[in-house]
Design a protein around this ligand. Structure first.
Ligand code: SAM
Ligand code: SF4
Length: 421
């Protein structure tokens, strides 16, 4: 989502006559797009920003903007802490970047709530290629107790269906073959049409070959969506369905609004319509009050679900959230130990699943970066598995979609060879 927000900011600035430079030393304007989901991202940003202080004193014409969730949270505080920053703008005020840049404003803060952000059609400067991200909704209403997102990105609002279809039709006409629909909970998308109807309409767009969407909330997973994944030909056989914890008491403390049993019902439903669907998830290790038994339930959940991949994180205290005020915060070492056990458990499962694909033929969409002369080719299957091609013939292929034979299943990717007639 942040990468796509950066594409929008680049698009806005291009309209104002700017162009992207790889050389920070020659930039007239530096825009940070920040993330505050975990403390580490915040620390990294702060130390990097500090380094710009001297750049600004050497080049007084340089302008610095801070965007994203840290900007939203800190607002004017950021200007006090780093007076060399010129603009502070939150995720709901990306559009204000154009005025700020055009009028060379300084000391400006744009962090107000903007529920109409869904109606703004911001130009996005996308990298050349065949994959594009498309926002379908903004914000979140769920208030999971560990999460900062509802405070930084505001209330959930969905973009009108017509605007989304228009944007994707345009992308398909430009040659994009895959779209990933973005939102904190895409399966609660609701505007003039619902999410499944939106998928049906996108499925009809000529030229498009693959449709993906992230992220889904288990609470909103319907039979209708499970069926749509199984029946709409362009919708890829993959779903990201974050579990967060396998323990009911921790799920309750997290305010996730489902039990493990209910989550398992979602998995059954998905596999009923799409038996080989790839399922990935997010897990938080060491939520406040998590006992050894709770952690064991998470390990058992991972084993019984048999995910295709997992993003796991140590719980990170986010000031302003309910969990931050809870009792029973765990030591970092214990959180790390639990995180490692979660990752090791999943790695063994992923390796086994990837090895089971050895010898099979899979269709991949090539993802070699334009201008990449390394001769290496890689792509992703519909199930979103990364495939590296061992021979070079893939890189010279004019087709974006090729069928390859899997020769080895590794922990995080597949190795394959191109198939000759
Ligand atoms: N809306 C999505 C959902 O509910 O699944 C998730 C969006 S969030 C940006 C991505 C992931 O970050 C979450 O699924 C969660 O696992 C993780 N996360 C959020 N807050 C966290 C925190 N305070 N500490 C550790 N991980 C966190
Ligand atoms: Fe955060 Fe929960 Fe909303 Fe996801 S659903 S963005 S984890 S509050």
């Amino acid at each position: 989502m942040n990468v796509h927000d950066s594409e929008k900011m680049a698009g806005i600035l291009e309209k104002e006559g700017y162009e992207i430079t790889e050389d920070r030393g020659s930039a007239d304007l530096i825009v940070y797009n920040t993330c505050s989901i975990r403390e580490k991202a915040e620390q990294k940003f702060m130390s990097d920003l500090g380094r710009l202080k001297s750049a600004k004193s050497l080049r007084p014409g340089l302008r610095i903007a801070v965007a994203g969730c840290i900007a939203q949270q800190m607002g004017g505080q950021l200007l006090k802490r780093a007076p060399f920053v010129d603009y502070v703008l939150g995720p709901q005020n990306i559009h204000s970047l154009s005025t700020m840049a055009r009028e060379a404003k300084t000391g400006e803060v744009a962090t107000m709530d903007n529920p109409d952000a869904t109606l703004l059609e911001l130009p996005a400067s996308r990298k050349e290629g065949n994959r594009a991200w498309v926002s379908i909704m903004y914000g979140c209403n769920n208030f999971c107790t560990y999460c900062i997102v509802p405070y930084t990105r505001g209330r959930e609002t969905s973009r009108p269906g017509e605007n989304i279809i228009k944007e994707i039709s345009g992308l398909a006409a430009q040659g994009f073959k895959e779209v990933t629909l973005l939102g904190q909970n895409v399966n609660s998308y609701e505007s003039d049409i619902g999410f499944v109807e939106l998928l049906r309409k996108i499925n009809e767009i000529d030229g498009l070959r693959r449709i993906r969407f992230v992220t889904n909330h288990p609470r909103n997973l319907s039979g209708e969506l499970a069926e749509a994944i199984g029946t709409l030909d362009k919708v890829c056989e993959h779903i990201h369905l974050p579990l967060q914890s396998g323990s009911d008491s921790i799920l309750k403390a997290m305010n996730r609004k489902y039990s493990f049993k209910e989550y398992m019902k979602c998995i059954e439903l998905l596999r009923k319509y799409t038996p080989d669907i790839a399922i990935t998830s997010d897990i938080i290790a060491g939520f406040p009050g998590e006992s050894a038994e709770d952690h064991k339930s998470t390990i058992n959940a991972i084993k019984s679900i048999q995910y295709d991949g997992l993003f796991a994180f140590r719980y990170s205290q986010r000031p302003g959230t309910k969990a931050c005020e809870m009792d029973g915060h765990l030591e970092d070492e214990l959180k790390q130990e639990r995180l490692m056990e979660i990752l090791d458990t999943q790695d063994a499962i992923t390796l086994r699943k990837n090895q089971a694909l050895e010898g099979s033929m899979v269709e991949i969409m090539l993802e070699t970066e334009p201008g990449d002369e390394s001769g290496k080719a890689a792509g992703r299957t519909r199930s979103n598995k990364l495939v590296n091609i061992s021979d070079n013939s893939g890189s010279s292929s004019k087709d974006e979609f090729i069928t390859v034979r899997v020769t080895r299943g590794n922990k995080h990717s597949l190795l394959a060879e191109t198939v000759r007639d």
